[in-house]
Design a protein around this ligand. Structure first.
Ligand SMILES: *Cc1c(COP(=O)(O)O)cnc(C)c1O
Length: 243
């Protein structure tokens, strides 16, 4: 193994251990949570190196990275999800390629996905992104409007709602995120209990490197972990300088 592979193997094992401990603490079944490796800014070689370890799937934020890494075969045999904000004009590069789109937060975006999926003759699985902290700067639909958006998406034959996703506010106080995760779980259960035709609540996507443990304690079924697997991200500017 290369040094990179050794480091990735160790990081993934640590994340898995923490996941299992949280599942046990919550009285949930082992393997009840999917591990999504959030690999934004990581190059194809690094992503492919990580694909051999105990990761269930990959998550990308930017359409361009998704397209490039798919072409490079960076995900190996594992699925990739779109977890970042998606503009309607980029939908055509994602539908049919991403097994799940986590960031759907408007009827307009649902329409664009429906149109593209219809063209391809596929049904695109999506999650509705909830702005659980009611932050003006964040994308996501307000908790009170999730049900209406789910019902709207359910009328589209080439779109299927599989659950909810959230990125809670970055809080300084530990334990704050957990309250948002609990609110998400309540919302998730309420929608499941509503038994809306062609809407299923299978996936509750929440929790990142700093808080995936509390997300699992509150009922996450998929955690999106970047830094704890790959280390600190380096954002390259257009001129190629690392910042
Ligand atoms: C980057 C990112 C993550 C992972 O964040 P880390 O703190 O690096 O684990 C998860 N979800 C989304 C939507 C992201 O953009």
């Amino acid at each position: 193994m290369t040094e990179l592979e050794k480091a990735l193997a160790q990081h993934v094992a640590q994340v898995r251990e923490t996941m299992q401990a949280a599942l046990r603490a919550a009285g949930r079944k082992e393997g009840d949570v999917l591990l999504c490796a959030a690999c934004k800014t990581q190059d194809a070689q690094t992503v492919l190196a990580s694909a051999q370890f105990d990761i269930d799937l990959f998550g990308e934020n930017r359409v361009q990275e998704l397209t490039e890494k798919l072409a490079a075969g960076a995900y190996g045999t594992k699925p990739v999800h779109m977890i970042g904000h998606l503009q309607t004009n980029k939908v055509k590069y994602v539908v049919g390629h991403a097994a799940l789109i986590h960031s759907v937060d408007s009827a307009r975006l649902v329409d664009a996905i429906e149109k593209e999926a219809g063209k391809l003759g596929v049904v695109q699985d999506i999650l509705l992104e909830v702005n659980i902290g009611a932050e003006a700067s964040k994308s996501g639909v307000a908790p009170a409007e999730v049900r209406a958006l789910a019902e709207y998406a359910a009328t589209k034959p080439h779109v299927f709602v599989r659950g909810l996703m959230a990125i809670p506010p970055t809080e300084t106080e530990p334990g704050q995120a957990r309250r948002y995760f609990a609110q998400m779980k309540t919302l998730f259960d309420k929608l499941a209990d509503a038994h809306i035709q062609r809407v299923s609540m299978d996936v509750l996507s929440m929790g990142m490197s700093g808080d995936f443990e509390s997300a699992i304690l509150e009922g996450a079924t998929l955690v999106r972990v970047g830094t704890a697997i790959y280390g600190q991200r380096h954002y390259a500017t257009l001129s190629g300088t690392i910042i």
